[in-house]
Design a protein around this ligand. Structure first.
Ligand code: 5GP
Ligand code: ZN
Length: 112
């Protein structure tokens, strides 16, 4: 199994945990792009948002709720950004579905 995030989930690769339950794992990004930069991933390997079929609808909602809950717990009351890079043109570099939670600074629009 070569997926880096699956290895993080099973602790083969160490990470700094932020939140976990039976469905999701959240950890600090190794190369943070903001003062708060957390990755939220499903424990189940799903390659990308594009590969999440209808059976994953509730899981997708849970991932988004988890991101918002982490933002509240981290005190990001002034706002934050959730990013889901998808596919080559979307800038996805790790092929295991993940949400980026970015906060602690002002964001610009549009993203690059
Ligand atoms: P993507 O570009 O696929 O949307 O985001 C992948 C993210 O995973 C990047 O922000 C990158 O810094 C992060 N990342 C890649 N490898 C590791 C790792 O081994 N540990 C951690 N904590 N983050 C990683
Ligand atoms: Zn994986």
């Amino acid at each position: 199994m070569s997926c880096v995030f699956c290895k993080i989930i099973d602790s083969t690769i160490p990470s700094t945990p932020v939140f976990q339950d039976d469905l999701v794992y959240a950890f600090a990004d190794i190369n943070p792009k903001a003062p708060v930069h957390v990755l939220i991933v499903p424990r189940e390997h799903i390659g990308s948002l594009d590969q999440a079929d209808e059976s994953k609808r509730a899981l997708l909602g849970h991932l988004l709720w988890t991101a918002a809950e982490i933002a509240r717990k981290k005190g990001l009351a002034n706002g934050y950004r959730i990013v889901v890079n998808t596919g080559a043109e979307g800038g996805q570099t790790v092929d295991h579905l993940h949400l980026h939670l970015l906060g602690g600074r002002g964001m610009t629009w549009p993203p690059g």
